[in-house]
Design a protein around this ligand. Sequence first.
Ligand code: PEP
Ligand code: CO
Length: 446
Amino acid sequence: MTLLEPSRVDSWKALPAEQLASYEDPALVTRVLQQLAGRPPLVHPGESDRLTRYLADASRGRRFVLQAGDCAELFSECTVQDITDKFKIILQMSLLIFYGLRKPVVRIGRIAGQFAKPRSSDMERIGGVELPSYRGDLINGFPFTPEDRRHDPLRMLTAYDCSVQTLNWLRSLNDSGFADVRHPEMWALSYRNEREAPRFYLDLADRVREANRFLELVGGGNQEFMSRVDVFTSHEALHLDYETALTRRMPETGGRLYNLGAHFLWLGDRTRQPDGAHVEYLRSIANPIGMKVGPDADPAEVVEIARRLNPDNTPGRLTLITRMGVAKAKSRVKRLAAAVHKAGLVVTWSCDPMHGNNIRTRLGTKTRSFDDILAELKLTEESHRAAGGQLHGVHLELTGSDVTECTGGAVGPSEEGLARNYRTHCDPRLNYFQSMEIATLIADHF
Ligand code: PEP
Ligand code: CO
């Protein structure tokens, strides 16, 4: 792949940039970035290249992409339990999808680095007090106090440490046979008492057992296939100074630049200005990358950015992640797919049915309806098929634990039930059951 490679990784600095942190102490920022630039990478470029090949397979319909995790990871949730639960839910969902679609699943976590958030407003007002908005643990703290909301460069070091610890534990789990299909009890469903479990859960448990038996069958004696899986990491490439510090040129990669803080990086819907800094940064790295596309995007502009990001039209390099909202999904996906097809671009199509469906309850709680999420996913899949193409993957905000943040689903909370365990600092996530219900839908209908 010959990228239009800028001579330096920081060519983005000359361009207008949205959504960056604003620090008070430039000398401290420089010291932190120097330290980060000297730390070991989190991933190897060979792993990112493998992911590009898998995503290329997905674009030909030979694999299915499951990208999932928190809206915003929290430093306080960098714990064994939280990380293990997320790994577990991704494994279980991918097992159901593999079983249903009979094709391998590419697992990409929004994990080990998803710490920075774009915001629609710089400031937040509560009562008579106005403070900077929370921008993710990488930049500032969630509590509504002036100290917490100050942009603190030292948080970059903590984000790096949490990312390393998270990925280290994921790799350990994987290497020690946690993902081994012959030991499903290790990632068994965690309902406390099966006799009290709802019907949906019992069906699910049966399906997971069935899928496990199937995997064992197709896996045969293949030790490697049975006991380890590929787990890739991803996050939004938002905080460009931080990303640049983790971007390296390695001799074994023909001198190309890679972001070695994650395997896959994506461009947010708010930062995809064609002549902006974020597009320029992503142009310079050889990782597989994604671009979020919202309902207001002009298809011609998306094509232009796609050409910039993937000038050689390399399969697997670019994933377009549509997030149109249930009301517009059908018309917008159809229009965009037609433009991309007409331009002759090879992309991997993913659907994020979460970000176009944010609503507030009467009490002001930020939520999403499970029905809307499911409906956008179905409409997107149908729209691609109607346009002669195919949906290749899904991008979800979820967690392995028992949160009550999105309403609905077979056993999900009502609006009144949201308060029971509402934990997100950012967007509402699917809980364990809602996630498994989505996996079941994909397995049954796609
Ligand atoms: C996100 O994925 O958390 C996000 C902010 O998405 P988008 O850029 O699509 O709004
Ligand atoms: Co989000």
